[in-house]
Design a protein around this ligand. Structure first.
Ligand SMILES: [Zn+2]
Length: 121
């Protein structure tokens, strides 16, 4: 039995479950790197990895979602939470971190991060 291969497929299965769960629970879509948008605030930037496909009452959202960690980096503040009171709330999720394994985190709408940035300015 090839242990690393088994672990690899286990991780892939888990990632697929996470992606499916986020879609079923929150209409959050995983964005392929080839389709990802470049998200910039001030001089900081990140790449879109998740997108909201929910309808908050006025049609399909379509906004990029960033993790709380990414939001902190974009806002230049390691404070937690980076966005105090996001309009669309925080979406809990889990992801695979190359250093720490599966980590729990939250996703926040990019517009909420932009609003926080403007409030700081
Ligand atoms: Zn949304």
């Amino acid at each position: 039995m090839n242990t690393s291969l088994t672990l690899d497929s286990l991780i892939r299965t888990r990632l697929a479950e996470i992606t499916e769960g986020l879609w079923n629970d929150h209409r959050v879509l995983r964005v392929e790197s080839s389709d990802a948008r470049f998200l910039q605030i001030g001089s900081a930037a990140t790449i879109e990895r998740w997108q909201c496909q929910a309808n908050h009452g006025s049609g399909l959202c379509g906004e990029p979602l960033v993790s709380s960690t990414e939001a902190g980096l974009l806002l230049g503040s390691p404070d937690y939470p980076a966005v105090e009171s996001p309009v669309y709330g925080l979406i809990e999720y889990r992801e695979l971190d190359t250093n720490f394994g599966f980590m729990a985190g939250e996703l926040v709408h990019f517009s909420d991060v932009v609003a926080e940035f403007e409030a700081q300015g």
